[in-house]
Design a protein around this ligand. Structure first.
Ligand code: 13P
Ligand code: SF4
Length: 345
């Protein structure tokens, strides 16, 4: 999604966009007063972007005032990595988490990539390091090592092919080796094993033990309860959820694929088993559709704020910059480029 407009925003305009958001009761909702506080910072950031020749990429999970106020591109990790390749901006501010900023840097070694998140981790990316991958490779010498994009650059540098939630099944199917070691997400590994069986693709899929603390929260009982209350509801979930959740879902895909499914669907009620930012996007962009049930917040994605984006644009500190050694960048690039090759043929 491209959201940027060049004109100065008014509080009424912002409130008009955000007024339908009601996620998790009172956890996330907007008033005109809140928008009056946001708008001066939004307008300052949009001016700073022009001055610094910067572009802002934002994952759909970050707060709506970032998505609709200052982001130039909003999407899932696959779309954003493609946006990072196509931009001619000198500076990329990546409102998401560190591994996504690192991917932008891997693809753009000559650009400056800034990370405004104050807590830029991810339970998946933090679950494994390069040394652990090297040890695993010795244990599984004949396997192609496939890493989820939710990994550090150091881990990508040790792997053969990267995948995102948008292309994992297609990429693995296209890899000319039946032996696949997938890391770090155990749930996605289990879902990958099931999907390969379903497609009749003979793949021996081994996987690591990491999990996303947001998506493992969801339980199948929640779906059963909601289906009783809303018989026509469609359940959409992310492949980081457990195989039980996936089996009980009507649609499973990346965050952008989930939005696309709901946009094209004639159905009106949806239970979304992912982070709350996506629920907010449904309420803003599809006001005729109803969100049922609740959602879980990712503390890492929600540590992005307008104030921090303004700060990194004005006075970036060393910790805000993504710095990769030439060697790690070059090896991780091979892994990411292999993804583009297998995903796009
Ligand atoms: P997407 O690539 O589907 O946006 O997923 C990224 C992520 O971190 C999900 O938890
Ligand atoms: Fe990581 Fe989960 Fe947050 Fe996505 S939602 S960034 S996988 S912790």
């Amino acid at each position: 999604m491209t959201t940027r407009t060049s004109h100065r925003m008014t509080p009424d305009e912002l409130f008009d966009i955000l007024k339908n958001i009601k996620v998790g009761g009172t956890v996330c909702h907007y008033s005109l007063k809140k928008c009056e506080e946001f708008v001066p910072v939004i307008n300052e950031i949009n001016e700073l972007k022009e001055e610094k020749k910067a572009v802002i990429l934002a994952h759909s999970y970050v707060s709506p005032e970032i998505v609709y106020g200052v982001a130039d591109f909003v999407g899932d990790s696959y779309q954003l990595s493609k946006n990072a390749v196509s931009t001619d901006a000198k500076v990329i501010v990546f409102a998401a988490v560190r591994f996504m900023g690192e991917t932008a840097q891997i693809l753009n070694p000559n650009k400056e990539v800034l990370i405004p998140a104050t807590d830029d981790g991810c339970t998946l990316a933090d679950s494994i390091n390069g040394q652990q991958v090297r040890t695993l490779r010795k244990q599984f010498p004949d396997y192609t090592f496939v890493c989820y994009i939710n990994t550090t650059a150091e881990v990508k540098a040790e792997c053969d092919v990267c995948v995102t939630s948008a292309n994992v099944y297609k990429v693995v199917e296209n890899i000319p080796n039946d032996k696949i070691y997938f890391l770090p997400d155990k749930m996605m590994g289990l879902n990958l094993r099931d999907e390969m069986k379903r497609r009749g693709a003979k793949k021996d899929v081994q996987f690591y033990s990491g999990t996303c603390y947001v998506h493992v929260e969801y339980q199948p009982e929640e779906i059963q309860k909601i289906r009783l209350e809303y018989p026509g509801v469609k359940v959409v979930s992310h492949p980081e959820c457990s195989p039980e959740i996936v089996r009980h879902s009507d649609y499973v895909g990346s965050t952008s694929q989930m939005l696309d499914y709901m946009l094209k669907s004639a159905d009106k009620e949806f239970l979304m088993l992912t982070e709350c930012g996506l629920s907010s996007r449904l309420q803003v962009e599809m006001p005729n559709k109803k969100l049922v049930g609740s959602c879980v917040l990712c503390r890492y994605m929600k540590s992005n704020s307008l104030e921090e984006i303004r700060r990194v644009l004005k006075h970036p500190a060393p910790k805000d910059r993504v710095i990769l050694s030439k060697e790690i960048q070059a090896r991780a690039l091979k892994c990411v480029e292999a993804m583009f090759r297998f995903a796009e043929n």
